[in-house]
Design a binder for this molecule. Sequence first.
Ligand SMILES: Nc1ncnc2c1ncn2[C@@H]1O[C@H](COP(=O)(O)OP(=O)(O)O)[C@@H](O)[C@H]1O
Ligand SMILES: N[C@@H](CC(=O)OP(=O)(O)O)C(=O)O
Length: 458
Amino acid sequence: MRVVKFGGSSLADGNQFEKVVAIMQANAERQVVVTSAPGKRDHGDTKVTDLLITYATQVQNRIDPAATIAAIVARYQEIATHFELADTVMSHIEAEIVQLQHEAFNDSAHQMAAFKAHGEKLNGYLLTAVLNACGSVATYGEPKLIGLTVTDDPNDAEVLAATYAHLNAYQRPAGILVVPGFYGYTDHGAIATFSRGGSDITGAILARGFGADLYENFTDVDGVFAADPRVVRHPAAIEKMTYREMRELSYGGFGVFHDEAILPAIAGQIPINLKNTNEPDHPGTMIVPETGFTPQHAVTGIVSSDHFSAIYLHRYLLNKEVGFTLRLLQIFYDHGINYEHMPSGIDDLTVIIDNRQLTPELRTTLCQEIQEKMQPDVLQWIDDYAITMVVGEGMAKRIGLIQRVLQPLVAADVHVTMINEGASQISLMLGTSKTQANAAVRAIYNAFFIPVNQQLEG
Ligand SMILES: Nc1ncnc2c1ncn2[C@@H]1O[C@H](COP(=O)(O)OP(=O)(O)O)[C@@H](O)[C@H]1O
Ligand SMILES: N[C@@H](CC(=O)OP(=O)(O)O)C(=O)O
């Protein structure tokens, strides 16, 4: 059997819902479906999740949310009208949306999580009604009922191991089980969501928990491309890649699949097929275990992201000082900040952190504490920092590969401030300024994917 997840763009309106129904009905193996909230219908549109965030913020700040509520209800109404569903379906959805503002929550973070989760919850309820109206037998499976339990981090939860025992014990009803993505319940019964894009994680958890043969993840592109299509025009499609390649590339910024969604798939050794809702016959990309995988190319994908800061410290004889790194990292730990990478030299150390964890005040405090406690000769906080990652199973032990990566960067005038190879055998990390990150991706992409004669033609 297969677990199928549809992204927000695949569930954005009535027309997209029709494609989803056709895909679900095309293969009886598709027995569990995970919904996202309605996503963008076109470039300028707003995702329902973002409308719900606005709604929660308005309630928290005592601003009248009537217009936002109307905008959210309209999104579901358009789909219900498209399928001529009974009025009771929309009255249930509307009542839940309106009621949210009157619910009591432990704190604002849990309140935000509960508001956000309703995007997928109500879309799951709606898809169940649509599937039944279209002749399928579908049942709505609330995450609480099926036992999807998560940690008490309201907006960045992680699945608890107990979930797998619950899913194993759960008797799936005949037909299609519809489960809303993106959230689960804490041990205290509160809603907590995964981080943004987290419906991919729900799909992977259910695929593992129900022992699926395949996890199909439907989105709005023909699979995973070797580079972000918003950075490289018409990038090459990847037919097959390994779990760890996908993990590195999605960590690096490929927004097409959540980086944490790989982990349940790895644990269950379940292959993932990333496919296009708008082109369901296209084979898409298979994401498979490393065992038995033969790489076809040296490089599988190139990605960059620019949400990093680098903190550079220099002090002579750093190499002899016992416990320097420990004390430095303790400062980050005390503030609940984790570090991403830490390239080091003899007397130098750079700590790279994800700056989405920071506020301006926290940044100032960290700087002061590092200066006071570590007494470096030089302390530089570099905000203008991006990391480009070149990833491929075929990169390990390939002689001359670094040269092939760096040469086009020199030719494109990209200044590389950090190189980190070593630990991961399948990826190479390069630090650049933010403005040069896309140029770096394009230069490396051209060198590995475009024949030389075409590069010259432009
Ligand atoms: N390497 C890549 N391959 C394919 N798509 C990518 C890649 N990097 C970024 N994307 C973007 O990811 C988008 C799909 O992810 P997302 O918007 O989360 O879809 P969904 O709404 O289906 O969850 C694509 O439209 C594409 O713009
Ligand atoms: N709706 C949530 C969760 C999600 O996974 O959405 P999507 O499948 O559209 O990326 C979000 O926008 O973050």
